[in-house]
Design a protein around this ligand. Structure first.
Ligand SMILES: Cc1ncc(COP(=O)(O)O)c(C=O)c1O
Length: 447
């Protein structure tokens, strides 16, 4: 059934309105999008939709009225599902009372209490809007609190100068800024130790994602915690993707390693703009020092705080949100890999990563380039009604039937891929421009 519906969708499909909007966007908006991973270059231009009209649960409709099963859910924030009723109602109620006032709204206390109640490291909390706000604050706060300058870092933490200064996307950042940022590799404790050898007594913080596509190996997180304690350096977990997703208390609860500070965004407010830095009271109180500043007009905006209160409360009350996400993610990963094997392309594509974040990867092989293989698979998935983007961030609204339908579309797409590989027609089967390098690929990150 699902297969028939994906084929009929593919026959009737038009993306005329998307194409027209993209032309207008290109005239007005550099890169035609506000987020790198949402720019047209990340999709198969000429086949993929470029603009969305609405979304509900795990479904999304583009501006031409084509319906898709969402896979990446707005890059993660819609963890309960798009337009999730309990969150939408809380926001609607709040809108009637206004959103931005001349002093804090009581909701800031409610949400801070919820975070302190649920996150192991959280004793105090400050809010921002994007993940960037919190990763930048964590580095600045660590420097202020410890009186040390160097940030040892691994993983993607957004575009703040402190994190981008040492990498390939450092245009516009003075070279001197990069002198105080050092990178290490995930699961490579020696690469972290070397930073402390090179900068004795001058590392303010280790800022790391607790888990990437690879899970921590050989007690990596415990050993990072030990190094931070030994060196009197703060340990910061960037839980922007993992917080409230791997478990209610985030990856720190799941892996049972407590950082000094942790950054949250995507799992706390189900699609509304709110981020949070949570951590040890003595560190957080440095924000109160007379010569320290962190301040934003919209950080305490009430509609997003209402969304966060409803989102975290729903996770607590339902009790099965995280199990559901793990189960659906595993079903996607295992189903994808079974299909790749059935179609004889498992040497070219594999879905990797833990349950909450399965990620489809492609390898060069059989004369075909990984990027073209990914583009062809994406093309077929989009034509079949699945908004494939490589990464999957399953939500509480992905029901078993949705995963079955997704995998039926992947079955067809994998068939097309296998045939094209066999006949050497991968490139000529593409009906649009291949996908460009992702931000993480540009940065050389594993994830
Ligand atoms: C781990 C991590 N850190 C930081 C960020 C940056 O967050 P934002 O884009 O909300 O500023 C992201 C965004 O994808 C992320 O995944």
């Amino acid at each position: 059934m699902a297969r028939e519906s994906s084929r009929s969708r593919s026959r009737d499909r038009s993306i005329d309105r998307s194409t027209e909007l993209l032309e207008r966007a290109r005239e007005l908006i550099p890169r035609a999008a506000q987020t790198n991973s949402k720019s047209p270059a990340q999709f198969v231009q000429g086949v993929s939709p470029t603009h969305v009209e609405r979304a509900e649960g795990c479904r999304v409709w583009d501006v031409d009225g084509n319906e898709y099963i969402d896979t990446v859910m707005g890059l993660g924030p819609n963890m309960l599902g798009h337009n999730y009723p309990a969150v939408t109602e809380a926001v609607e109620d709040q809108l009637g009372d206004g959103t931005a006032y001349s002093m804090p709204h009581s909701l800031q206390v409610d949400v801070a209490e919820l975070i302190v109640d649920t996150v192991p490291c959280a004793e105090m909390v400050r809010f921002g809007k994007n993940g960037n706000d919190m990763t930048a604050l964590s580095a600045k706060l660590a420097r202020a609190h410890t009186g040390k300058d160097v940030i040892a870092t691994q993983g993607y933490h957004g575009w703040p100068d402190v994190f981008m200064s040492a990498g390939p996307l450092n245009r516009g950042i003075p070279d001197a800024v990069g002198d105080y940022t050092e990178s290490f590799e995930y699961n490579d404790i020696e690469s972290l130790e070397r930073i402390f050898e090179d900068h004795p007594d001058d590392v303010a913080a280790i800022v790391t994602t607790p888990v990437n596509l690879s899970a921590p190996e050989d007690d990596f997180l415990e050993r990072v915690r030990e190094i931070a304690d030994r060196e009197e350096t703060l340990l910061v977990f960037d839980e922007i993707l993992t917080g409230y997703r791997y478990a209610l208390g985030g990856a720190q609860e799941y892996f049972d390693v407590t950082p000094d500070l942790a950054c949250f965004a995507k799992g706390i407010s189900n699609g509304y703009p709110l981020s949070a830095l949570a951590g040890r009271e003595d560190v957080m109180r440095t924000i109160e020092d007379d010569d320290f500043i962190f301040s934003m007009t919209y950080a305490g905006e009430a509609a997003s705080l209402a969304a966060a209160k409803a989102c975290i409360t729903e996770q607590i009350e339902r009790g099965d949100v995280h199990d559901h996400i793990w189960r659906q993610g595993r079903a996607i990963r295992d189903g994808y890999n079974e299909l790749a094997e059935e179609h004889g392309v498992d040497h070219l594509t594999e879905c990797v990563g833990m349950g909450p974040r399965p990620n489809a990867t492609f390898e060069d092989g059989d004369g075909a380039d990984a990027n073209l293989l990914e583009s062809l698979f994406m093309q077929e998935a989009h034509k079949g009604g699945v908004l494939f983007a490589g990464s999957h961030l399953p939500s509480y609204s992905h029901a078993d039937e949705d995963i079955e339908e997704m995998l039926a579309v992947y079955d067809d797409a994998m068939g097309v891929l296998a045939e094209a590989v066999e006949s050497g027609t991968v490139e000529s089967s593409l009906e649009g421009k291949p996908v460009g390098a992702s931000l993480r690929e540009q940065l050389g990150e594993e994830d």
